[in-house]
Design a protein. Sequence first.
Length: 222
Amino acid sequence: MNNQEKPYVIIVSELSIDGKLTLYRGASSKELMSLMDEEAYTYLHEVRSKVDAIMVGCETIRTDNPSLTVRYVKGKNPIRVIPCSTANVPFDANILSKEAKTIIFTTKRAPEERIEKLQELGIEVVIAGDYLVDFELLLKTIKEMGIKSLMVEGGSSINWELCKLRAVDEVRIIHLPVIVGGENVPTLVGGEGFKMLSNLLQLRLRSFFKRGYHLITEWEVV
């Protein structure tokens, strides 16, 4: 995807040593995140405070109910961008609070009554696709809205969509010192995969350091 058509995209995630996002498929990522110490949380919120927007999928909203605000450091709250093909966001979700602006990207198959209810709650709703959210259109739209940098906190399906588009500029990992195991447990990137060596997304290690008890690695896409 043309860099001029999209924001600067940073995937940020907490991962077990074997690359798992959760304890099992369908589990909240907050369980693993509870292993993070305050310095690791501070790093995460430092990144949030420096970007224009933050994105997670609606499955993460339903499972984890995050606020996606800046709390461990001083700084502005990023705009919350939520792709959700059916607009099936709980009406009491934390991302619908007034702490920050929220934009929900949905599709033509989303029920009109859900869209209207979200709009009544003060949420901007954008149609971007017929059956599934078109991520290329989403990125172009938010760039046109003035969003120049986007932090992506998952999950694995969204990460795949962005990697498939080659829209990712950086990947930053907070390594959790545990092994989860499990063949079907979500990893950093899901989807169908690239399958061929020549198609793989290539990265270069930019920096690595410790925050508290956690190794943090920062990678640039080349």
